[in-house]
Design a protein around this ligand. Structure first.
Ligand SMILES: Nc1nc2c(ncn2[C@@H]2O[C@H](COP(=O)(O)OP(=O)(O)O)[C@@H](O)[C@H]2O)c(=O)[nH]1
Ligand SMILES: [Mg+2]
Length: 508
């Protein structure tokens, strides 16, 4: 089997730009591959190479171009491949200039920290490319701007030369992360006859090889890698930045879904519903309900502004995040990119602008190691807004448990996992904060309310909700989805039909 370790790491170029501006035509002119034709072939075969085209740059460097059709898929693919895309090829049509999706794609690239690339002013056979080139230079200062035509072929070689020049300057995203622990956000899961369950995604960090044991999240199940493919070919090992398909031993197709992650426990990826982040966002967005895109999930959230570009993101369902991960923030409707940034603390507690907390986040933003915590009398004397909001003035230990349950969202830890904190469960149940949702499962009432809202929204839109639908919506396991639905049935919020679909009970 070939070792797919690239001599100088393989770079991935992501196309960007407004619909119909000529992205796919330019990729075809550069590579000979029609990325628009692949999805149909894909439906029959087992190709994982949706929209990928290999390209040899002048000078001989091998790179891979990813060109995804459609605007929403662009955003999803960019976020899912966050650390796999090293530079952009922004396409602007000479006869149309910078358009709304050009702007939004530039926002997404900035949010993901993809700063280097080339702007191609296409369709130069149709109109003078200079006005569009000037607009593009304003939007992406520092980028090389090249006029070309996919129709006549003029300038296409210059685009390749410009890409080769930029490629020389770029440190491949995967390169520095190869030594790190493996993390793969799953974008597809399927069954291959005779092989079993296969998942695909861009390897964000580390390497993967047959025999490795990883944790499947959020289920927290240990799974063994049976075989790895890189860019559609069997490989001994997959490397950070590459598209991989992973055959998993002993895992049923129903145990894994898009939105799950495979991670080495050392990567410290956590299922989290509250995280602190450094985000490039307008302060007016505080309190707004937004969509947060991370990995292969998109989850509604509210944003609490902490000042100076620091934010607390309070999610309605878990993301599987680690410190340093990129986030993209979009509006709920119509979807529009508002900004993005980096996770500082994926396991945050609910807090406001406490000076000690802010100082710690500033340190994390500067990349400083965490100091050994010292009790600060000044901080201790400040009221904790979360504690104040707890009904009945719970004692600190009980409040601590409440916070743990809230952070766990709809995926509550088993009683055993609560350790000493479990002693405070009866108090929390008494206070109405913890609710039993199944055998050995106690969830925070706010987490259940958030799930009920989402169930209500699905039923409103789709007429009914199934277990699988809720599982996919929440990006959770069957176990939690089932417990939550049964709880909602018992609470007389939903009604189970004979075919197991749920509808809402009429409110009285
Ligand atoms: N005249 C001309 N037409 C082009 C050029 N590039 C693309 N087109 C046409 O523009 C349309 C959209 O191109 P496509 O590559 O699908 O755009 P995408 O949506 O950005 O991928 C197609 O009809 C192409 O044939 C070009 O350089 N010159
Ligand atoms: Mg296209």
């Amino acid at each position: 089997m070939p070792d797919s370790a690239p001599q100088h790491a393989a770079l991935t170029i992501g196309t960007a730009g407004h619909i119909d501006h000529g992205k796919t035509a330019l990729v075809r002119a550069l590579t000979g591959v029609d990325t628009d034709r692949l999805p149909q072939e894909q439906a029959r075969g087992m190709s994982i190479e949706l929209g990928f085209a290999p390209l040899v740059l002048p000078g001989g460097r091998h790179v891979s171009v990813v060109d995804v059709p459609g605007h929403e898929r662009f955003v999803r693919t960019m976020v899912a491949g966050a650390t796999g895309i090293d530079l952009y090829l922004m396409v602007v049509a000479a006869d149309d200039g910078v358009m709304p999706q050009t702007l939004e794609h530039a926002e997404v690239l900035a949010a993901l920290g993809i700063e280097q690339g080339v702007v191609a002013i296409t369709k130069a056979d149709r109109a003078d490319p200079r006005p569009a080139a000037a607009e593009a230079a304003d939007l992406l200062p520092g980028a090389e701007v090249v006029a070309c035509s996919a129709r006549t072929g003029d300038g296409v070689a210059d685009v390749a030369t410009a890409l080769a020049r930029v490629a020389e300057r770029v440190t491949p995203g995967g390169d520095g992360r190869r030594g790190a622990a493996a993390v793969l956000h799953i974008d597809r899961a399927f069954t291959i006859h005779g092989a079993g369950t296969v998942v695909t995604g861009t390897l964000w960090s580390g390497t993967l090889a047959a025999g490795d044991t990883l944790e499947l999240l959020p289920a927290r199940r240990h799974v063994r890698v049976r075989a790895v493919q890189v860019h559609d070919a069997a490989a001994e090992r997959g490397y950070a930045g590459q598209r991989v398909a992973v055959n998993l031993a002993g895992l049923a197709r129903s145990d894994v879904a898009r939105g799950d992650a495979l991670a080495d426990p050392a990567a410290e990826v956590a299922a989290t519903q509250i995280l602190d982040a450094a985000l490039d966002l307008r302060e007016e967005l505080r309190g707004r309900r937004v969509m947060v895109h991370h990995g292969t999930r998109a989850v509604p959230a509210r944003l609490a502004a902490l000042g100076a570009g620091l934010w607390q993101v309070r999610l309605e369902a878990p993301l599987l995040a680690a410190a340093g991960d990129r986030l993209v923030v979009r509006s709920v409707a119509p979807p529009d990119t508002l900004g993005g940034g980096t996770v500082l603390d994926p396991r945050a507690r609910r807090h406001g602008r406490r000076p000690d907390v802010l100082a710690r986040l500033e340190r994390l933003r500067r990349g400083e190691p965490e100091p050994v915590p010292e009790p600060s009398p000044a901080a201790a004397s400040l009221p904790d807004p979360a504690a104040a909001a707890t009904p009945g003035g719970l004692d600190p230990a009980t409040n601590e448990l409440a916070q743990r349950l809230l952070a766990a969202g709809h995926e509550p830890p088993a009683r055993a996992a609560l350790g000493d904190d479990a002693a405070h469960l009866p108090t929390l149940i008494q206070a109405g904060v913890a609710v039993r949702i199944g055998r050995d499962m106690y969830a925070h009432r706010d987490a259940i309310a958030a799930v009920a809202d989402r169930v209500g929204a699905i039923v409103e839109r789709e007429g009914a909700v199934t277990l699988a639908r809720l599982r996919d919506e929440l990006g959770t396991s069957r176990k939690y989805a089932e417990a939550l639905l049964e709880h909602l049935d018992q609470a007389r919020f939903t009604k189970r039909l004979p075919d197991d679909r749920r509808i809402l009970r009429r409110r009285t």
